[in-house]
Design a protein around this ligand. Structure first.
Ligand SMILES: Cc1ncc(COP(=O)(O)O)c(C=O)c1O
Length: 415
């Protein structure tokens, strides 16, 4: 594809501009007649044809089929709607880290010297700090506006419209969403009832459907299960780009696979500051890429994707590894307590988790959506699922011990 440069539009013959019009906006029946007359520069008909033009005609066809965006309620709106102060809402619905970042983050944000200067497009300070944190050299690391941005960026670099990805639901829904935005088809290989990957079906799908990439999440959102090394290695042997999303790896006690990108040309590993460092609101994620791939991601990336504030905050967070470790330990310990308590609730069946959330099947005739709504009225937010694979399930993020206590009181009141 090239770029057509037109220096003087007024010099184009009217028939040509009409043809361009037709090729962009395929026209039917009567509409065609109106446009043909418009080319004779009849002012009145020109106005009529303009009235027939609607904005959605400019939108790429595959995007016109996208389901409407379902925004989450901003915290302040939620607080007004529930009639509670934000600090009185127990927010266990988005796997955020309730401890927030180390105190150094707020200090550094409060004393920012150059907010009026554009950020470093290469996030050099942050990538050096991440190299030290991960043991992988900075040249393999690229930072993004959350792991979310990197998922989309990878797809934009890899997928042509009509290409395929493999998705293993139930899992993080952004893979499916971004595939649709990028015009790709999604081959779904559902997980087994215990939420482990169905390796045989994945191999089959790769052979038959020839997808460009597969998205794997470990620990998986929403159930918290992990993928063992043996299975990851088997998938890495397939002719497919493997994007391993480790957004919650810190809570699993398992070492990140970031360093593996030096050995595997078809592996990308994604991580984030949203969970480990309580920085979800500042949007910082990062990825480890093989050299043969990262050069293209650099070319396609928006230059200023990581803001000055985000980079400063992430660097300050990494400087206080003692705090990050302490908060992680507190959440892992609380996960164990919450799991035991949830087991005692007569209408919940919790799944063991390696992450900072617990998936529960809602049993005994209790409705999952109603449970979520009843808890919301009491100021406790949890996530409920109504999609095919997870109908009748809820996911509860691990909070502070006092959050668990309030949640349990509310659940007991509903028993
Ligand atoms: C599996 C998974 N990957 C990535 C993300 C997004 O991370 P970020 O906040 O860095 O965009 C999430 C967020 O919940 C997630 O659950």
């Amino acid at each position: 594809m090239g770029v057509l440069e037109i220096s003087s539009f007024s010099s184009l013959p009217s028939i040509w501009s009409n043809n361009i019009w037709r090729s962009h906006f395929p026209i039917k029946g009567n509409q065609g007649r109106v446009l043909a007359m418009a080319s004779t520069v009849d002012a009145e008909h020109m106005t009529k044809s303009k009235q027939r033009l609607t904005g959605d005609q400019f939108i790429r066809p595959h995007l016109r089929k996208l389901s409407p965006y379902q925004p989450i309620l901003p915290f302040e709106v939620l607080s007004t709607r529930l009639g509670r102060k934000p600090e009185d809402i127990i927010k266990l619905d988005a796997n955020e880290n309730p401890y927030g970042p180390p105190p150094e983050v707020l200090e550094v944000l409060g004393s920012m010297k150059f907010p009026y200067v554009y950020p470093d497009p290469e996030s050099r300070r942050l990538r050096e700090a991440l190299a030290e944190d991960s043991g992988l050299e900075a040249e393999y690391i690229l930072a993004g506006c959350g792991a979310d941005e990197l998922i989309d960026l990878i797809m934009r670099c890899v997928l042509e419209p009509g290409d395929k990805i493999v998705d293993c639901p139930p899992t993080f829904t952004m893979y499916e969403f971004d595939a649709a935005v990028n015009g790709a088809d999604v081959i779904k290989v559902p997980r087994k009832p215990d939420f482990s990957l169905n390796l045989e079906l994945i191999m089959d799908a790769v052979e038959k459907e020839k997808p460009k990439c597969i998205f794997l999440t470990s620990p998986n959102n929403p159930d918290g299960s992990i993928i063992n090394d043996e299975d990851i290695l088997k998938i890495l042997d397939l002719p497919v780009l493997v994007v391993l999303d480790e957004a919650y790896i810190e809570f699993s006690g398992i070492e990140s696979k970031m360093k593996w990108v030096k050995k595997h040309e078809n592996l990308i590993v994604l991580r984030t500051f949203s969970k480990r460092a309580g920085l979800a609101g500042l949007r910082v994620g990062y990825g480890a890429f093989p050299s043969s791939i990262i050069q293209y991601i650099w070319r396609a990336k928006q230059p200023y994707n990581v803001s000055v504030a985000a980079e400063l905050a992430a660097c300050a967070a990494l400087q206080n590894s003692t705090y990050l470790e302490k908060v992680k330990d507190a959440l892992v310990q609380e996960r164990g307590r919450l799991y035991e308590l949830l087991k005692s609730v007569p209408f919940l069946n919790p799944y063991p988790s390696h992450s900072n959330f617990i998936l529960c099947e809602v049993t005994s005739g209790m409705d999952a959506k109603k449970l979520k709504e009843d808890l919301a009225k009491m100021g406790v937010m949890i996530r409920h699922y109504d999609k095919k694979e997870l109908k009748g399930y809820v996911r509860i993020s691990v909070g502070m011990p006092e959050h668990t206590n309030i949640l349990m009181n509310c659940l007991r009141s509903l028993s």
